[in-house]
Design a protein around this ligand. Structure first.
Ligand code: CTP
Length: 343
């Protein structure tokens, strides 16, 4: 451990630490530290290390909301990002003292996950820097009554892995999360929704500024025609069959409307049989640029930690991603997206 520029002077720690680092993580990064790093100060061990480091640098800012939102801080962050650093947006929540808002340090385990991805990527460029990407995650729940719903088994893990991977590639990330019980990915803006209708509204609003949209969420194709305002009781007459009505297809709408020119739109499909033929037909029907086709069943897909998939491109391309972690699949998907983004 080193804390002082002036101890062990013969070893020049203020130079050696930065030169020999594979990754520098500053967590928490205060408004003051960000300002001093942006200017290029080197009057203590930390700023001297930042000035000599040639490896990836990750900042996890934490401060009061006013300081975070101040144009001076925002300009410093722009400067640092422009120089190739990854600066996480802080989480929103309770801050030191009575106030709450943007400025909270993300969960340490989530900062660690970004740090590990940066280490794995090494010298690879931040190829999503300056891009805004939107990822949906989880599964919608369509209410039958105040306590019951029609839902599905999606955990949100693949969507969150995509969000994390995009953060580590420099993107601004919005996640629309339906019923996900996982910690928020560090640096991402998470919008929580419940139903397909709520997801549609949130996606349409965020998609206006998105360079890429990945619809990972399992969206209910149908919802109960009516939801009871009170709990349905088992006493009394036998229940009527549940009538269902169709939900709008968010992915197809988005692929058709393209709210932002050049936007890359990606869908997911879970198939149990005839995977490629069904996938191709679905890709064409949705009008997306890419479809990530998962074969489900036999422990694959929903709720698992590993995943395999085939990426089908509207241009006819086929990329097989072998069984591996959801992080690995996430990176393969972003590779395919980056190749399709306008320069
Ligand atoms: N999707 C959507 N809106 C819906 C339903 C699905 O945006 N109302 C999106 C999902 O997020 C996913 C893709 O469409 O990206 C899945 O397509 P979908 O046709 O729902 O697949 P399946 O439900 O598997 O269709 P089918 O049951 O016909 O195989």
């Amino acid at each position: 451990m080193q804390t002082d520029v002036w101890s062990d002077v013969h070893e020049v720690p203020h130079v050696r630490l930065g030169q020999s680092a594979d990754l520098v993580v500053v967590a928490p990064a205060t408004a003051d530290l960000l300002a001093r790093a942006a200017i290029g100060r080197s009057d203590d061990l930390l700023t001297a290390t930042l000035l000599t480091a040639r490896c990836p640098v990750l900042y996890a800012p934490a401060m009061h909301t006013e300081m975070w939102e101040h144009p001076a801080t925002q300009a410093n962050i722009e400067t640092l990002r422009g120089r190739g650093a990854v600066v996480l947006d802080p989480a929103v929540g309770r801050l030191t003292g009575a106030d709450s808002g943007p400025g909270r340090l993300p969960e340490p385990a989530e900062i660690f996950a970004v740090a590990r991805t940066l280490l794995d990527r090494g010298a690879l460029p931040l190829d999503l820097a300056g891009r805004h990407v939107l990822v949906t995650a989880g599964g919608t729940r369509e209410p039958l009554d105040p306590v019951r719903f029609l839902g599905n088994r999606s955990s949100g893990r693949q969507g969150y892995a995509l969000a994390r991977a995009a953060i580590a590639r420099g993107a601004e990330v919005t996640v629309v999360a339906a019923n996900v019980a996982l910690p928020d990915p560090a640096g991402a803006k998470v919008i929580r929704v419940g139903t397909a209708g709520e997801m549609r509204d949130a996606v349409r609003a965020a998609a206006i500024s998105a360079d890429a949209v990945i619809m990972v969420a399992a969206v209910a194709d149908f919802r109960p025609a009516t939801a009871s305002q009170t709990k349905i009781k088992k006493t009394g007459a036998d229940p009527e069959p549940i009538a269902l009505v169709r939900n709008p297809d968010i992915l197809a709408e988005l692929a058709h409307d393209r709210p932002r020119p050049g936007q890359v739109v990606v869908g997911f499909a879970a198939e149990t049989d005839d995977v490629l033929a069904n996938g191709r037909a679905k890709l064409a029907a949705k009008g997306a640029d890419l479809l990530v086709v998962n074969e489900v069943g036999d422990g694959r897909g929903f709720g698992t930690t590993d995943n395999a998939a085939t990426l089908l491109g509207a241009d006819g391309s086929v990329v097989d991603v072998p069984m591996g972690s959801k992080d690995r699949l996430a990176d393969a998907i972003w590779d395919a997206v980056v190749a399709r983004l306008p320069r």
